[in-house]
Design a protein around this ligand. Sequence first.
Ligand SMILES: Cc1cc2nc3c(=O)[nH]c(=O)nc-3n(C[C@H](O)[C@H](O)[C@H](O)COP(=O)(O)OP(=O)(O)OC[C@H]3O[C@@H](n4cnc5c(N)ncnc54)[C@H](O)[C@@H]3O)c2cc1C
Length: 395
Amino acid sequence: MMESGLLVIGAGPAGCSFAAKAAKGADVTILEEHPEIGRPVQCTGLVAPRVVEMARASESVLCALRGARFHFPAGTTIDFRSADTKALVVERQGFDQRCAEIASDAGAKLLMNSRMTKAAVKPEGVDVRFLREGKLEKCLAAMIIGADGYKSRVSEMAELPQPRERIKGLQVDLEIEDRSDVLDVYVGSKVAPGFFAWRIPCGDFVRVGVGISQGNGPPNQYLQSLLKRLELEDKKVLERVSGVIPIGFPLRTYADRTMLVGDAAGQAKPLSGGGLYTGMTAAMIAAGVALAAMEEGDLTAQRLSEYQRKWKEEIGRELERGYLIRRAYLRLSDQRLEALGRTLDRPEVREVLATGDIDFPSLLAPQIIKAAPKLLRFAPQVLRSMFSHTSMSRS
Ligand SMILES: Cc1cc2nc3c(=O)[nH]c(=O)nc-3n(C[C@H](O)[C@H](O)[C@H](O)COP(=O)(O)OP(=O)(O)OC[C@H]3O[C@@H](n4cnc5c(N)ncnc54)[C@H](O)[C@@H]3O)c2cc1C
């Protein structure tokens, strides 16, 4: 039986960020079920520049964006453009490979083709079974880190609650040159019920996708009708990506000898579905708590609850506010959404949007409300009381 201090399940950005930090002070092994890091890709790759710095992954950057155009259901459009780079688009496989390299340089052992099948917390450690290149192996780990994405087996086995919603995403890269630096976002029940659709210029190609909430059927019909609307249905498809984004973090992300990070913990941003910044941030916090708890020899749920307290201090407020805004968004009919678009169609609002940070979108709410006070008509009471007087800080 193999022994490991910290056993990480999943070599995505969250698992590798955890491992990179934890391997500086403990023995860390990562199990990854696929033969190759970063494949299959399940992402658009839109991140704030800070995320590329976190992964030291500048070589994976495809292009930089400075603005966005929002398209409302009946044709109202709001656009803004900033003098600064607002977001970068990364090539996700290269990005993930960089994260894995950093973890392995720090001393983490990476076992590819290794799929965890079972885990049970016992007094002496976590008894883990995994299939390595088809052969059943065992490991006794002091602690298990579920960085195994939205279908997290670790979460299931620890009987932890699941994220509240799942967004289905489908995207294609089309062979069209577009070197502009503004992305398009489309909202409305016909284009992307419960979420939004996007068109992103990536230089040598264009990335078009839809995200839809549960209960709206498969996303393909929405993608096809968007491609038709954009007159792109005949373009050559270079790559097709599909995946699920779990949003609405669960009440608990830890248990005895167990922590969940990234998508396994439902840490993606409810407004955009972006999970790289939040997942990697939480993973690094988890690593700090794991090292301290190992040193103290206390791996109980009570000791590990510090992880949840700390990640919520850092990103919980944004995730909670984002989720409340999302609930309000879901209540709007297409007619109301269009009316909201018209309300926002003011130069003052564009100015505010140009100052935004994609990792903390809800921080803009008070300033947008100040620029367009009629916006509060679209929000339920809970949002009104939260955003009408506050001037929010990041903490
Ligand atoms: C269509 C789409 C578009 C997106 N666009 C963006 C975006 O533009 N920006 C952004 O920030 N985020 C985006 N996201 C979200 C982002 O992709 C995720 O939040 C991010 O990948 C989460 O990282 P992670 O490390 O938690 O999980 P993952 O990247 O899912 O990694 C989990 C890893 O665990 C492995 N694994 C799973 N089960 C096991 C097992 N039993 N044993 C061993 N290994 C296992 C998997 O193979 C995988 O490598 C998008 C998601 C989708 C679906």
